[in-house]
Ligand binder design. Structure first.
Ligand SMILES: [Zn+2]
Length: 392
């Protein structure tokens, strides 16, 4: 029922009854209960010439934090809990939550759950200190992980993708370590939720959100709802095999074994690690993606080539997915999204080359509106949901 109120903004009791399929008397009882607990306000008003009871959510007090874990970094954003509740009717563009503090730190590749949670705890302290918020005011934390997460059990699955976390009931472990209620979900799915709430997917019913970073993943929106699959493993486009030992997508040699154990996964062709790995030998020093993009924009041919090929590899894998799912929009997020047209142009061309022509027609490929912050915003939104559900 809270979902129905969240979606509609300020629905009437009869509107909630038709949206949820609950009997009007049941809705009336639940509303009365939620008004006494302080979750809802109900007012009598006139709509269409009739007196009706309209219901609104009371914004939660306190603050929430979102934690975005990559394979090699952790990032924390702190926001007022009230900012995670949409204030107006569905479909109207809302600003994303105000981040009062945003801090990050590097993590060793293949880090374990204890290292990760220690880093998260330190970053949370730093963010609370920077924003001048007392730790007792922190009501909930959302964590995004670059791995499949079974939201029913909170368990991290699929050996190999984030080995240090596999089999861990991450939400319970994090709640114990951080001392506040924690919810955990897949990072690409959180990026999807954030772009749906505040970004490039507002009002789009069929869509794919791509996270192109050190890991490559996707969040799927089917018929207006995020799709998680059987055990949270839906959307792992990074582990779609685009080329095996026999040769690469462009006829090149076979490539490295993927961390999942297969060979030729998209992630071995199109991650940030692959991009810098191809260019570092030429320049003889470590590179960051921002520098690769700056060089490409300045006309550096090898950087342009690598970014274009990366878009091409992603577009090829995406072509198959688009033929099956026929999305209306594809949103490109993650660290590589900063390459913009240098990557998205070749991606769109490859998508059109490899998808069923009817399926590729009209698919808009656009950069994430929330940029690299989409995953932190999604984790903040997840924390907001947790706070609302706990208040129930
Ligand atoms: Zn793989």
């Amino acid at each position: 029922m809270l979902d129905a109120v969240l979606l509609a903004g300020e629905p009437t009791q009869s509107g909630i009854a038709s949206a949820t399929g609950l009997a009007p008397a049941t809705v009336s009882n639940i509303v009365r209960h939620l008004v006494t607990t302080g979750s809802l306000t109900a007012t009598t008003t006139v709509r269409g010439g009739r007196r009706v009871r309209a219901v609104r959510l009371v914004p939660p007090a306190g603050f929430v934090a979102g934690v975005d874990f990559g394979h090699r970094h952790g990032r924390v954003g702190l926001a007022p809990a009230a900012d995670t509740v949409p204030g107006a009717a569905a479909g109207s563009p809302e600003p994303p939550p105000t981040l009062l503090a945003e801090v990050g730190a590097d993590l060793p590749g293949g880090h374990g759950v204890d290292d990760g949670l220690d880093t998260a705890a330190a970053l949370l302290d730093e963010a609370l200190g920077a924003a001048g918020v007392a730790p007792a005011e922190l009501r909930g934390v959302g964590i995004g992980l670059p791995a499949p997460v079974d939201v029913r059990s909170g368990a991290v699955g699929e050996p190999g993708i984030l080995p240090g976390w596999v089999g861990v009931e991450a939400a319970a472990r994090a709640t114990a370590r951080l001392g506040v209620p924690v919810a955990v979900d897949n990072d690409a799915l959180l990026g999807t939720l954030a772009e749906q709430a505040w970004g490039a997917l507002t009002g789009v019913r069929d869509a794919i959100y791509l996270k192109l970073s050190d890991g490559v993943g996707a969040g799927l929106v089917l018929d207006g709802r995020p799709y998680r699959g059987r055990a949270g493993t839906a959307g792992e486009i990074g582990h779609v095999v685009v080329a095996d030992d026999a040769g690469g997508p462009t006829g090149g040699p076979g490539r490295t074994v993927c961390r999942c154990g297969n060979r030729g996964c998209l992630e071995t062709w199109a991650s940030t690690t692959t991009v810098v790995g191809l260019l570092e030998p030429l320049l003889g020093r470590p590179l960051a993606i921002a520098e690769v993009v700056a060089r490409a924009r300045g006309g550096h041919a090898p950087s342009r080539r690598v970014l274009a090929d990366t878009g091409g590899h992603v577009g090829r894998a995406l072509g198959g997915l688009c033929s099956v799912l026929t999305p209306a929009r594809v949103v490109v997020g993650g660290e590589l999204a900063q390459a913009g047209d240098l990557l998205i142009g070749p991606l769109q061309a490859a998508l059109e080359r490899w998808a069923l022509p009817g399926a590729a027609e009209g698919v808009q490929v656009v950069p994430a509106r929330l940029g690299a912050r989409a995953h932190v915003f999604g984790a903040v939104a997840l924390a907001g949901e947790l706070v609302l559900a706990a208040r129930g």
